[in-house]
Design a protein around this ligand. Sequence first.
Ligand SMILES: Cc1cc2nc3c(=O)[nH]c(=O)nc-3n(C[C@H](O)[C@H](O)[C@H](O)COP(=O)(O)OP(=O)(O)OC[C@H]3O[C@@H](n4cnc5c(N)ncnc54)[C@H](O)[C@@H]3O)c2cc1C
Ligand SMILES: *[C@@H]1O[C@H](CO)[C@@H](O)[C@H](O)[C@H]1NC(C)=O
Ligand SMILES: *[C@@H]1O[C@H](CO)[C@@H](O)[C@H](O)[C@H]1NC(C)=O
Ligand SMILES: *[C@@H]1O[C@H](CO)[C@@H](O)[C@H](O)[C@H]1NC(C)=O
Ligand SMILES: *[C@@H]1O[C@H](CO)[C@@H](O)[C@H](O)[C@H]1NC(C)=O
Ligand SMILES: *[C@@H]1O[C@H](CO)[C@@H](O)[C@H](O)[C@H]1NC(C)=O
Ligand SMILES: *[C@@H]1O[C@H](CO)[C@@H](O)[C@H](O)[C@H]1NC(C)=O
Ligand SMILES: *[C@@H]1O[C@H](CO)[C@@H](O)[C@H](O)[C@H]1NC(C)=O
Length: 503
Amino acid sequence: MLLFKLLFDTFFLILSVDALQHETNLSATNPPGAACAKACGELSSEFGPNLHYSNDRNFTVWDAKQQEVESACHVEPSTSQDVSKILSILVNHWCRFAVKGGGHARNPDDSVSVGGVTIDMHLMKSLQVAPDRKTVILGSGHVLYTMYHGLEAFNLTTIGGRVADVGLGGYALGGGISNLSPKYGLAVDNIFEYEDGKIVLPNATIVHVSEQQNSDLYFALRGGMNNFGIVTRYTMRAVPQEMILGGDKTYSSNQRDIIAHSAFELTTIWKNDTDMAFSYGYSFDQASDNFSLSFTHAYARPVLHPAPFTQLETIPYESSTVRIDRMSNLSMEGASHTPSGSRNLFATMTYHPSAKMDRRIMEIMAEEIKPIRQLAGFFPNVIFQPLYGGVIRAGHERGGNALGINADGPLTICLLTVMWNDRQDDDAVNAFVQRWIERAQTATVQSGSHHRWLYINYAYHQQDPFSGYGEHNKQKLIDVQRVIDRRGVFTSRGLCRGYFKLL
Ligand SMILES: Cc1cc2nc3c(=O)[nH]c(=O)nc-3n(C[C@H](O)[C@H](O)[C@H](O)COP(=O)(O)OP(=O)(O)OC[C@H]3O[C@@H](n4cnc5c(N)ncnc54)[C@H](O)[C@@H]3O)c2cc1C
Ligand SMILES: *[C@@H]1O[C@H](CO)[C@@H](O)[C@H](O)[C@H]1NC(C)=O
Ligand SMILES: *[C@@H]1O[C@H](CO)[C@@H](O)[C@H](O)[C@H]1NC(C)=O
Ligand SMILES: *[C@@H]1O[C@H](CO)[C@@H](O)[C@H](O)[C@H]1NC(C)=O
Ligand SMILES: *[C@@H]1O[C@H](CO)[C@@H](O)[C@H](O)[C@H]1NC(C)=O
Ligand SMILES: *[C@@H]1O[C@H](CO)[C@@H](O)[C@H](O)[C@H]1NC(C)=O
Ligand SMILES: *[C@@H]1O[C@H](CO)[C@@H](O)[C@H](O)[C@H]1NC(C)=O
Ligand SMILES: *[C@@H]1O[C@H](CO)[C@@H](O)[C@H](O)[C@H]1NC(C)=O
């Protein structure tokens, strides 16, 4: 097996030397369309039926803005070697590209290439449980449902998110908040622990990344997103699966203050119970022209009334799906609340927990949506969730991850999500999101509760999550980027420009 891997590495070393001989600036001599037309032609002869010119197959991404994007072609790799071959062809022709995992990013070119090549990872869904059942090797094309469902056959689970159709790819490169995070940390703190984590570097070389091997990259990949190459396999922690408590309750907006207070207590007093996780949201409902609250419960044991939720259970609710179930099923419910096909934006803010600040941020949302609240399909939701000490501690293990979260106590991550229907409303919605960020930032700074870290997977494209990692970590990421990507393939001036770029 080792010999087999070495042979492949040597093979791709040769390919990449060939790529380096084309050091001339091809984009200067070749219009991008022509470069990608040639690249697609070459990919077509290599990949046959796994190369698509137009949307001649059921290709769906979550966000309508990305769904509308036209790529020169789409290619579906099945192995690390395929990914390496694709990358080497694209760099040779200097053709732009984007990598699509679960396709839940929110801006054109994030995961569907505008005019270039979209590399769709969806065929790469291998799942291999280690004999000791403590780790699992997962292809980076999994969505969370296929990962949960696959692991449940072994009575195992791992550190995954709440929504079935979100991709493991983007989720695990940016952080990965999970119901299991209070106990084990973020997804990034539970991957690449052993030697089978694989990444295809910008020069098309396949390398193994772990704490011992390529340790700089091991640091960088735990939060550095798509600035370093294409990840093909993750080795993640596997943990015994039990049925768990999960589901949502909805409440009338009258309960806002008591819910915010309960959330504060769950964040601070109940932080000792690492089986418990929650989030709650305040959203605007067009039909009633009013607000409503929803509270997502999670308890990592099959206990219907766990102690931390006792107070919450005294609050009258309007509907409930809270039950004992498997994570795969619960993730399907998450997906049913977040259907694809709308236009979407996210924005985020982090602060030290405060029920008053939660309410202030809800009010800012309520004030700012007034002029646009009847736009077609408009659905704004502010979601609050705790980042417990277990997450912060896990982030400092194995040399520390790139996120650089430092705090004495728990933090609150606030996420604004906005859905709407029509392109003509894009500017109005963007203006709303920008005002919300500005005012939420001012409010948290003025109250002294602001925290610099921003969760990259929740950030608006004009926010700067890498600065939130701290100067030291940001510089370290930039240094790693420069060394492994001399030509800047994965930078904003290179070929893979989507999502958040270090350079
Ligand atoms: C409905 C919904 C629910 C969510 N729930 C959670 C949650 O519970 N917890 C949480 O932490 N986050 C959550 N998120 C945020 C989510 O983690 C991010 O949106 C994430 O980036 C999505 O990953 P993806 O693979 O689906 O998206 P994609 O759009 O496919 O990818 C996102 C970015 O990652 C890059 N990328 C993907 N795969 C690879 C790869 N193999 N190699 C290199 N680059 C790659 C893409 O190029 C793209 O730039 C949620 C988002 C949505 C929309
Ligand atoms: C390549 O050439 C184009 C067009 O002249 C220029 O805009 C771009 O900055 C150059 N890129 C590099 C990496 O030199
Ligand atoms: C798309 O999906 C539908 C329904 O599953 C199927 O009938 C159709 O053949 C698919 N189209 C392509 C191009 O794969
Ligand atoms: C999973 O657990 C169930 C119930 O305890 C048991 O019947 C089954 O054999 C287990 N499966 C595996 C693969 O361990
Ligand atoms: C956690 O703290 C609460 C409130 O102080 C207490 O009632 C509970 O017993 C504690 N739980 C554990 C597991 O320590
Ligand atoms: C919004 O809903 C609450 C709770 O049902 C109700 O008390 C309030 O009057 C409603 N507000 C408006 C403007 O309809
Ligand atoms: C999960 O969903 C499947 C399909 O809907 C259902 O058959 C199964 O009973 C559910 N599992 C549990 C534990 O409820
Ligand atoms: C590819 O990049 C890696 C990391 O910088 C380097 O170790 C390797 O030698 C490079 N391969 C080639 C062929 O340049």
